[in-house]
Design a protein around this ligand. Structure first.
Ligand code: ZN
Length: 509
């Protein structure tokens, strides 16, 4: 009980206020201790002391997220409104990192996004942050169209800009207006940069055209270009409509060599190396047997506090499947061409999550049942992922020429493909046992999968079912397929006795 301070406020009220605001409250003197519980040592009772009430702040937010949008002020009610971006495919100027610990403790971290790093947005944000810090807003709201998502009374702002940052960005804006050219936000702020910026601004009017160009470029070169990756996760509905979007920015680019691709043909290896070198575009497709699209999206948002977004996606895809299940969702990761904007060089990565088409699961069921011929229509629909199966299905269906074309397509993608056997099978179906023999001979030397006894059984079955007349070359094929062997290594001398390495002879593509 205080004798003079806060005479109208009970200790109970102070404790509650501290708890609800998550602020420390100190009462520095004149607190007389009266022990009503009998728990305190006797000598403390009756003493005067100061008391500090520190509320326990949870270390992990209950809910946290990154929101994209724009700001609006309602001056009449003293409210700052964050409007979530309506066009979900667009990148908005601001992102808000929101950490909700409980209703009374909400923390914000507001940034301008790099992809939209305009000096005007930066300066606008500075105005909002300053007013927030001075508690000029009574409320902070997050709205999505007409829907109010969050209302808070006293937001804690983590990041504020330094005066050096503000000076530099204001001067950059000034120069942008003078030159009519985009500069953007630099990633490093120094007094010396501010000084050169100031000098150029002051001297601009008096400079000749070619001198202007030179000085402008000189200034631009004072700042390094920094690499960023922006990641956008798009949850799509049945009709490709955008249901939800998650956005994140990370410094640096993904190291392509860390993705762990192991291309198995020389052509693919060269292609992948050139993509990796240029940091060029490519697309990764995967399917999840654990999560439906919406579940995948939710699991992703929940795992974001501990890890980077792309890593979180890959971890979810790599989760072991404990029980047999049909595929539930498609995940397409689109690595796009990096784009330089101001002092940022940004690689956008778009991750699309969608429920799998039920027809896809029907296709899988047919393949598991080895009913290839019935699956032909669906195999054609999902051709890209099923070239080997489609080639095999065509052969069983008696469409031998289609089978050869399709097998060759599969071999172009993977020169150690099992489609080599299918090619042999298709030629045998046509009665062209000579071509079949060379295809099979290559197949047994190149294919990585177990080559015995399935190809032989497939061939014998086809010959029986289609009642094909055989000859002595056919017998040689059977003899060839009658033994199991391991595939040749790239550097071994080729089986054709040419003396060349396998990779440069029959193993080349
Ligand atoms: Zn050879």
């Amino acid at each position: 009980m205080a004798t003079d301070a806060l005479p109208h406020t009970g200790l109970d009220t102070i404790v509650r206020a501290a708890g609800m605001s998550h602020q420390k409250v100190s009462i520095h003197k004149n607190v007389r201790i009266e022990d009503v519980s009998g728990h305190l040592p006797e000598e403390i009772t009756g003493q005067l002391m100061s008391v500090e009430i520190s509320p326990h702040v949870p270390d992990k937010p209950e809910l946290s997220g990154l929101l994209m949008g724009n700001f609006a002020e309602d001056t009449e009610y003293g409210t700052l409104i964050f409007q979530l971006s309506e066009d979900k495919t667009d990148i908005s100027p601001f992102c808000v990192k929101l950490n909700i610990f409980n209703n009374a403790l909400i923390k914000f971290n507001i940034k301008t996004t790099n992809t939209n790093g305009k000096t005007t947005d930066y300066l606008k944000l500075n105005r909002y942050l300053k007013k927030m810090r001075n508690l000029e807003y009574r409320r902070f709201k997050i709205v999505n169209g007409d829907e109010q998502i969050l209302i808070s009374s006293c937001p804690h702002v983590n990041d504020v800009f330094t005066s050096l940052e503000i000076d530099i960005v204001s001067k950059l804006r000034e120069l942008e207006l003078k030159t009519g050219r985009f500069l953007g936000i630099p990633h490093y702020f120094s007094e010396s940069f501010l000084a050169s910026l100031h000098r150029l601004n002051e001297s601009w009017e008096g400079l000749m055209e070619n001198k202007r160009e030179r000085e402008f470029n000189k200034l631009r070169k004072q700042q390094p270009i920094v690499k960023f990756t922006t990641l956008k996760v798009i949850l799509k509905g049945e009709h490709d409509e955008v249901l939800n979007v998650l956005y994140s920015e990370e410094r640096g680019w993904i190291n392509y060599n860390s993705i762990g691709f192991n291309p198995n043909s020389k052509a693919n290896k060269a292609l992948w190396q050139s993509i990796a070198k240029k940091h060029g575009p490519f697309t990764l497709s995967s399917r999840s047997r654990i999560y439906k699209a919406e579940e995948f999206y939710d699991a992703l948002t929940n795992s974001l506090t501990e890890q980077l977004l792309l890593q979180a996606v890959i971890n979810l895809l790599n989760q072991p499947v404990n029980e047999p299940s049909c595929t539930k969702s498609n995940i397409t990761i689109n690595f796009k061409v990096p784009v330089q904007s101001g002092w940022s060089n940004i690689q956008p990565i778009e991750i699309e999550i969608k429920d799998v088409d039920p027809l896809y699961n029907k296709l899988e069921t047919l393949i598991i049942a080895e009913d290839y011929v019935s699956a032909i229509q669906l195999l054609e629909r999902y051709k890209d992922g099923f070239l080997e199966d489609l080639a095999f299905a065509y052969a069983l269906d008696g469409r031998y020429d289609d089978s050869v074309v399709c097998a060759e397509e599969a071999i172009r993608i993977d020169h150690r493909s099992i489609a080599h056997f299918t090619k042999g099978l298709a030629y045998a179906g046509k009665g062209d046992f000579k071509s079949a023999y060379s295809a099979y001979l290559l197949a047994v030397h190149v294919c990585n999968v177990a080559t015995y006894p399935v190809p032989k059984e497939n061939l014998e079955k086809l010959i029986n079912v289609k009642k094909i007349q055989t000859d002595e070359v056919y017998d040689q094929i059977i003899e060839l397929l009658n033994q199991s062997r391991s595939p040749m290594k790239d550097n071994e001398k080729c089986y054709c006795h040419s003396g060349r390495k396998f990779i440069n002879c029959h193993g080349s593509l």
